[in-house]
Design a protein around this ligand. Structure first.
Ligand code: DX5
Ligand code: ZN
Length: 216
């Protein structure tokens, strides 16, 4: 089934609790939490304290933590202990990716690897056995509400050909128009910031995206 993960980055920071409750009540499958270190990307977002606060207020909510950081290995333990269910790092970092993915799994979290638009999907191929998901960015990471990059839709198919059976999420301006392209390209998890967190009727958006299941 198509999974829907609203990105809390699009939430009104001063009303985040209510806005998270609204999308979870509307049927979202969990939350996507963007962590930015102002180095790997030109923006700063949240700390592990947000993950812990969400875990405390929404104990059953699945948290998909997206680390846009130069040195994620220094923070994966604190995010895991704070309540992350999945932790995704980027393929463009300098650190030892195989070791980091192994550490994420050893902490009991699902291990994810993400590629920026400029990185070919072949970059993740050696690590697929260590990946519980491969996150295909459809924008240059760092901000919500940018412009969707349709040429990224060539990236999911090879993953399946290489035997990756785990989830393939996309992230970056996924909305009711672009979601159809994503699903047709083989994506099964939709990270949605603006289009879901700020939707007048998030339940309708979720229903419409789920209805894409099985469409060619
Ligand atoms: C961007 C983040 C995305 C972003 C998505 O770097 O990784 O998760 O918040 O927001 P929209 O859907 O508005 O592009
Ligand atoms: Zn993200």
């Amino acid at each position: 089934m198509i999974k829907l993960l609203p990105s809390v980055l699009a939430a009104d920071m001063l009303r985040m609790g209510e806005e998270i409750a609204r999308v979870l009540d509307a049927g979202a499958d969990g939350l996507h939490v963007d962590i930015m270190d102002a180095h790997f990307v030109p923006n700063l977002s949240y700390s592990p304290a947000l993950v812990a606060a969400i875990r405390q207020r929404f104990p059953a909510a699945y948290q998909d933590v997206h680390l846009m950081m130069d040195n994620p290995e220094q923070y994966i333990e604190v995010f895991a202990r704070s309540g992350a269910d999945a932790i995704t790092v980027h393929a463009e970092i300098a650190g030892d990716i195989a070791v980091i993915l192994g550490q994420i799994r050893a902490l009991g979290c699902r291990a994810g690897l993400s590629v920026k638009p400029g990185t070919p999907i072949e970059a993740v191929k050696p690590y697929l056995p260590l990946c519980d998901q491969v996150l295909v960015m459809t924008v240059e990471p760092g901000f919500g509400g940018q412009k969707f990059m349709p040429d990224m839709m060539v990236k999911p198919r090879p993953l399946r050909e290489w035997g990756h059976t785990q989830p393939i999420p996309t992230d970056g301006v996924v909305n009711l128009r672009t979601a159809a392209d994503c699903v047709a390209a083989g994506v099964d998890t939709l990270v949605m910031g603006t289009a879901l967190m700020r939707a007048d009727d998030p339940a309708a958006v979720i229903r419409a995206c789920r209805a894409l299941e099985g469409t060619p």
